[in-house]
Write a protein that binds this ligand. Structure first.
Ligand code: ZN
Length: 296
């Protein structure tokens, strides 16, 4: 199944629906950085959220989702945009808990207290930042709460990841359903009843449901608006890392040069490695000196 985000309207255009499948990207990230099953499960859920929330943006806008729970996975960050570009990072991809019921994993991995933050760069002066406490650790409930409290949009969120015995994901995906200000009580009633009856996202995924199948299974009068292919995209570069080194300041860079070692940096999103030779570092040192002279 291809990685894709589907945007749709339902119930006579009075409800917005998003659905996503991101199995391939999740496996790509998992392989690059050696994710264990529980970490893969949590990352899959956050990637699904990032992809769908990215698709709510316009043109050059971007979004960063940050989950900072008290679980062993540490911080989880997903960057996305309106064009289906996405990347994800977590502090500790090597965490795993054995459970008979895999759905328990996210809670244990992410933690049950902490914060989720949403940073939207809407190309205005200041970014939009919304933050709410983690109320469950299962991610889906946490984002339903976020939408309600931070963006005042009543939403239902479903997320699921199926992890295979070889530590890869068999399937990963989810959906978001959002009410509009004019959604009628009758539709809300219908939707609430339907949401209680439908199988979990994990069950739908294991039955081979595509995102479009999921949408048709949950809502009525479906009008598919857009299908956005999802792809892993990391904008890291040697220049970006050089700027990172520059920000350490002249003294620290001098120390690195004196140690006379080639500096190796690894991008935590994609695993790419960048090397800085003594000559590279001397050049950055020069820039750092110039910068410090200007500020003093
Ligand atoms: Zn990268």
């Amino acid at each position: 199944m291809n990685d894709v985000i589907i945007k749709a309207l339902a119930f006579n255009k009075s409800v917005r629906v998003y659905a996503v499948s991101n199995t391939n990207i999740l496996n790509d990230i998992g392989k690059r950085l050696g994710y264990y099953p529980s970490a893969l499960d949590a990352m899959g859920r956050v990637l699904s959220m990032g992809a769908m929330m990215g698709s709510m943006l316009k043109l050059e806008e971007t979004i960063t989702i940050k989950i900072e729970g008290n679980g062993p996975i540490g911080k989880i960050i997903v960057d996305s945009d309106a064009h289906g570009h996405i990347r994800g990072y977590c502090d500790n991809p090597h965490c795993h808990f054995e459970y008979h019921d895999f759905r328990l994993n996210a809670k244990q991995t992410v933690g049950t207290s902490g914060f989720i933050s949403v940073i939207k760069d809407l190309k205005l002066k200041e970014p939009f930042i919304g933050s709410t406490p983690i109320i469950s650790g299962e991610i889906a409930e946490d984002f339903a709460y976020y939408f309600q409290v931070s963006e005042q949009i009543p939403s239902a969120v479903g997320l699921g990841v199926l992890v295979d015995t070889d530590n890869t994901a068999k399937a990963s995906g989810g959906f978001i359903i959002q009410l509009m200000p004019d959604t009628s009580e009758e539709v809300i009633d219908k939707l609430e009843k339907k949401l209680k009856l439908i199988p979990s996202v994990s069950e739908m995924l294991s039955s081979g449901y595509t995102p479009v199948d999921m949408i048709y299974n949950i809502v009525e009068d479906v009008e598919i608006l857009e299908e956005i292919p999802l792809e892993f995209y990391c904008n890291c570069s040697k220049e970006r890392f050089a700027r990172g080194i520059l920000s350490l300041g002249a003294n620290e860079i001098k120390e690195m040069i004196d140690e006379d070692k080639t500096q190796e940096t690894t991008c935590h999103f994609c695993g790419n490695k960048y090397y800085f030779t003594k000559e590279d570092l001397e050049e950055i040192y020069k820039l750092a000196k110039e910068k410090e002279c200007k500020t003093c």
